[in-house]
Design a protein around this ligand. Structure first.
Ligand SMILES: [Mg+2]
Length: 269
């Protein structure tokens, strides 16, 4: 088997996995054509009932994500690719060290204006006004070469760049989904380490969650294969089905083949 060949779910779960927490992406991983499904809600309810805490870690804005923790049976929700965390409604925790958010957003707007000179068709995303830490624009049908050019342009200006199936993100260096998860674990799940977390995703803005040195237990839903050659880190295993159907495959494995590992989110203070 080639080194980059992912495991099937059967192979993945045949190995010992001391899993206690599920960290999952949202768009393209929990959705079907951009929407939540009845089967997803049922799956999340069953995971919660069995004692599996689920944290959604997404690139979506703080404004959008603040509602998820209110409406879904989940333990937490992280917005802006590791920028802001919600353990309950109205409990936004800023995870990036940004002393002045007004100044920060002005800087992001200036960077976006600069790269618009080279790519004048860029359109700020619908959820951009509800962001705190990053700036987004619609990905549309941009080619891999175009995306690489945008990454280089942002790097030259001193900012990070990543993208998902829906958006491109300009963000402060050091911010990532993995860094965000590592920041919240000691506070919200003090008995857990990253080696007990199952990470799940589908696209380049999830690649930090696939770093085996940090998260040895990672899975991609089948649509992650669309990006396989572009990923710096790849998930250890991949589901047979894409998007939410792939997530539900994982759900069935967790519910049927591993003992539940109930652990409450217990803030330290
Ligand atoms: Mg995604």
């Amino acid at each position: 088997m080639a080194a980059s060949q992912p495991l099937t779910l059967a192979e993945f779960f045949a190995q010992p996995r001391p899993l206690k927490l599920i960290v999952t992406d949202m768009d393209g991983t929990l959705t079907q054509r951009g929407k939540f499904t009845a089967a997803l809600l049922s799956g999340l309810e069953r995971l919660q009932a069995a004692g599996w805490p689920v944290i959604i870690v997404t690139g979506r804005s703080a404004g959008w994500v603040s509602g998820l923790i209110h409406y879904l049976p989940i333990a937490g929700a992280m917005a802006e690719n590791g920028g802001v965390y919600f353990s309950a409604p109205s409990t936004a925790e800023l995870l990036s060290p940004i002393p002045d958010l007004v100044h920060h957003r002005r800087q992001l707007g200036e960077v976006f204006a600069q790269i618009q000179h080279q790519w004048p068709d860029l359109q700020a995303s619908q959820d951009n006004p509800w962001r705190q830490t990053d700036w987004t624009f619609d990905i549309g049908s941009r080619s891999p070469q175009d995306l690489k050019g945008l990454q280089v342009a942002c790097q030259r200006l001193g900012w990070g760049f990543t993208y998902s199936t829906v958006q491109c993100h300009i963000y402060p260096l050091g911010q990532s989904k993995a860094a965000g998860v590592q920041k919240i674990l000691p506070h919200h799940f003090p008995s857990l380490s990253a080696t007990e977390v199952l990470t799940i995703g589908d696209s380049p803005n999830d690649e930090s969650l696939f770093d085996p040195q940090v998260f040895p237990h990672s899975l991609g839903v089948a649509n992650v294969l669309d990006y396989w050659e572009r990923l710096a880190y790849r998930p250890a295993g991949v589901t047979a089905s894409p998007a939410v159907e792939g997530f539900l495959e994982i759900t069935e494995r967790l519910l049927g083949h591993l003992p539940p590992a109930p652990i409450a989110a217990t803030p330290r203070d």
